[in-house]
Design a protein around this ligand. Structure first.
Ligand SMILES: Cc1cc2nc3c(=O)[nH]c(=O)nc-3n(C[C@H](O)[C@H](O)[C@H](O)COP(=O)(O)OP(=O)(O)OC[C@H]3O[C@@H](n4cnc5c(N)ncnc54)[C@H](O)[C@@H]3O)c2cc1C
Length: 45
């Protein structure tokens, strides 16, 4: 269980790792913002 006072997590990278982490954090009630250097994640091309 993640215990944190953070209101939002910042995730670097929108590939599978970043997307999976965002979903996991959401399931714990923590919102996140994902930053991606490329215009589109590779998986969506
Ligand atoms: C040629 C090749 C073929 C593969 N084939 C398979 C396969 O068939 N099956 C399989 O299961 N796995 C395969 N893999 C492995 C799979 O691609 C990786 O395990 C998986 O993509 C890792 O995901 P990730 O989210 O951890 O990181 P990555 O996919 O490396 O994503 C990281 C993301 O972070 C972004 N980023 C990096 N630095 C910054 C920054 N400073 N600011 C903002 N964004 C940033 C990058 O642009 C990138 O989009 C393959 C890998 C390669 C190279």
């Amino acid at each position: 269980m993640i215990q944190s006072h953070a209101k939002k997590a910042l995730i670097i990278g929108a590939e599978i790792g970043g997307a999976a982490l965002a979903l996991f954090l959401k399931s714990t009630g923590l919102e996140s913002e994902v930053y991606e250097a490329r215009e589109q994640p590779e998986a969506s091309r």
